[in-house]
Design a protein around this ligand. Structure first.
Ligand SMILES: [Zn+2]
Length: 80
């Protein structure tokens, strides 16, 4: 179930990291807290929620945010 939220400019960023991997507990590159989650794009330890928060706060506008989401989402257009 989904409904349009066109009246709300600040939709939360949700990254598709289904292709992400996990590893040993290693300090996250964004917050320094140990995580097992690896960024599927850069293969560095990184909390998915942290990355989403980072994009939300870093993006200057909707277009910039879309660009960042694409940049940090692996395998876009990849057949499933
Ligand atoms: Zn983190």
């Amino acid at each position: 179930m989904s409904h349009a939220t066109s009246g709300m400019p600040a939709r939360p960023v949700v990254l598709d990291w289904r292709h992400g991997t996990i590893g040993d507990l290693t300090p996250c590159v964004l917050c320094g807290t140990p995580t097992v989650c690896r960024s599927p794009v850069k293969d560095v330890p990184c909390h998915k929620a942290r990355a989403e928060t980072w994009i939300t706060s870093y993006a200057r506008d909707a277009g910039d945010r879309a660009r960042l989401i694409r940049a940090y989402t692996p395998g876009r257009g990849e057949p499933r």
